[in-house]
Structure formats: C-alpha cells, structure tokens
Design a protein around this ligand. Structure first.
Ligand SMILES: Cc1cc2nc3c(=O)[nH]c(=O)nc-3n(C[C@H](O)[C@H](O)[C@H](O)COP(=O)(O)O)c2cc1C
Length: 319
C-alpha cells in the first residue's frame, strides 16, 4: 500500500515524500517592492525543517500591473533573480525540490473587453519570467491557471466570450496557455518540471477534465487541481456535485476525479488538516501528492507531526 512517506519521482526529480507546500502568498512579510525578504526565506526554511517533500513558492507576479496586492513577490525584471535564488538554494540545501508559481491577477473589467495587444504583452512577460525562474535555480514552474485570475478568466467558458484568438471555443480559450507552453518548451528538460494549477470547476468538473486532458497533451508534467470561475448556480460552500459518501472537501474530490482521466501526476488540495486525511488519499491511490496549506502555516512542522501520528496509528515505534 502506498504511503504519504513514500518517495515520488517527476522526470529526474525525486521527492522524499508525498506532501507538498502549496503556493501561499505571505503579504505580511513582504515589502511593496516585490523582493524576497529574509523573513520570507526563514518561513520557507521553517517548513523545510518540518520535513516537507516538495515546495511550490507563492504566486509571483510576472508584471507589476498584474500584482494581486501591493506586497506580492515579483519576477518582472532580472533584478528579482538573486533574491528568488535564495529560496531555491534554501530548498536545495534541504534536498527538497521547488517550483515557483507564476501569476498575473487578471482584470477587474470583463476579460472579453481587454485589448488583444495587452494579452500579447502579458504572454511575452510570462515567457521571460519562465527564463528568469530557471536562472534563479528552481526545479520548474507552476503556471497559475486557477482562482479566477488571468489564465482562469481566459480558460473559463463563463467569462471568456472573446471573438479573437484568445477566446471563443475551447481551443481558443486555451490559446494563451498553449502558446505559453509551446514557446517555452525548450526550457523543460528532464530536470525542469512544468506544473499547472487549474480550476477543476471551470465551471463544471467536466470542463476541468477537458482542460486537464488538453494540458497533458500539450506536455504539462504535473497538475494541481484547485478552483476556477464558479457557476453562480452553486452554493458558496461547494461548487460541483460531490457524492455523499466522499468524506473530504469538494476541491479534493475534483482532483481525485480528474486523476482518472490523465496519466500525469495530480496534486490535490484543500482542507487537509490531519495525517489520516492525507494518508487516506494516498493509501487508496486517489491522488499522487497532497498539498497542505493553512495547516502548514499553523504548524510548519506538520509533516514531522504527521509522521508520529502515522506511526502511532500503525503501531510503529516513534524513533
Ligand atoms: C494565506 C493564503 C495564501 C494563498 N496564496 C496562494 C497563492 O499564492 N497561489 C495560489 O494558487 N493559491 C494560494 N492560496 C490557496 C492555497 O494554495 C490553497 O489552495 C488553499 O489554502 C486551500 O488549501 P488548505 O485548505 O490546505 O489551506 C492561498 C491561501 C491562503 C490561505
């Protein structure tokens, strides 16, 4: 039976266990200039010391205009590389692979009305940011394609009713992602992972499945299933239909369902607090990797605590 403490391999890159730190913006320990601070490196180190298997660095803005909040990490010019490298190096000091999530917050106005030249420009900025991330020493990139930010806005059939190359039918809605992936393909050798965080509900799970299959075909190595642009017909708490006997969160459920349709590894996330919950997902072969966010902020040594709980549950003596 697989365990959350089993190793896992993506391309040439080995993870020591199946627990992932998902991207978590840490606004309070960043300045308005977007540079990495000592406190930020210390936060990542706390989680590394706590036994994490894989780190995904928080949403990092590919353009200054695309920031979500004032105090967000940036990668919109070369001067950010050396600071970001400190996080990558710290992870490698602990032999933990690390991706960086690249992000553009999108538009408050309707994505339908954004000028095409602006989207062309952002696409270029993403591409340059990929190169910077590789220079900074990361083991790969996670494209932020979820949570109603730019790429989720484009992927959404509810919001993206554009009539140019960036919208309309499914392939055109995915055009931005497709171009980005195709035009940076040379970066992704066996030691550089292309991850993509997507909305499992874009807006329905069936759309999420279609997107996941398409991304796999484009060459994405790893999918991280989160939420997308919701259909207003659903409740605040749950935005797709989940069988009554599924014991965990609806977002986790989407990850387990999407995994049935692709062969690349899937990270599931949301509301995992206890070792027992993460173990249930891995032991039953429902996910490849499990991300733990808020519980990791509360207890950066979550993985080491989980190890003790796991041992106790399985009658193994704690060393
Ligand atoms: C403080 C905070 C910051 C977050 N920052 C990001 C982010 O930078 N990028 C992203 O894709 N999701 C972000 N999220 C969402 C988390 O990655 C995760 O999907 C969510 O918290 C659910 O997982 P959890 O219940 O284990 O926390 C953030 C969530 C929180 C609470």
């Amino acid at each position: 039976m697989p365990s959350i403490f089993d190793k896992f391999k993506i391309k040439n890159i080995e993870l020591r266990n199946r627990i992932v730190l998902p991207p978590l913006v840490r606004f309070s320990i960043l300045g308005t200039d977007g540079y990495v601070t000592e406190e930020l490196v210390n936060w990542y180190e706390e989680v590394l010391r706590g036994g994490i298997g894989f780190v995904i660095v928080e949403a990092t803005a590919v353009s200054e205009e695309g920031k979500l909040r004032e105090n967000q990490l940036g990668i919109w010019n070369d001067s950010f590389i050396s600071g970001l490298k400190k996080i990558a190096d710290k992870c490698h000091e602990y032999k933990v692979p690390v991706l960086i999530q690249l992000h553009h917050a999108g538009f408050k106005e309707d994505i339908k009305n954004v000028d095409k030249s602006i989207l062309d420009e952002i696409l270029e900025k993403f591409k340059i940011a990929f190169h910077r991330a590789k220079k900074a020493g990361f083991d790969g990139i996670e494209i932020h394609g979820a949570h109603t930010y730019l790429i989720s806005q484009l992927n959404s059939r509810l919001w993206n009713t554009r009539e140019d190359i960036y919208g309309g039918d499914f392939e055109r809605r995915m055009y931005f992602s497709k171009k980005l992936i195709e035009e940076t393909r040379e970066l992704f050798d066996d030691n550089f992972i292309l991850g993509y965080r997507m909305g499992g509900n874009e807006p329905e799970l069936s759309d999420g499945i279609e997107i996941a299959k398409y991304l796999e075909k484009l060459g994405v190595d790893l999918l991280h299933i989160s939420s997308g642009v919701p259909d207003p017909k659903y409740t605040r708490k749950q935005k797709v239909d989940v069988p009554n006997d599924f014991p965990l969160d609806w977002v986790i459920y989407m990850g387990t369902e999407i995994r049935k349709h692709v062969s690349i590894p899937i990270i599931g996330v949301r509301n995992i607090r206890k070792e027992k919950e993460a173990s249930w997902l891995i032991e039953n072969d429902l996910l490849d990797l499990v991300a733990v966010g808020r519980a990791m902020i509360a207890r950066p040594n979550w993985v080491n605590i989980a190890r003790k709980e796991y041992n106790t549950r399985n009658g193994i003596k704690n060393s």
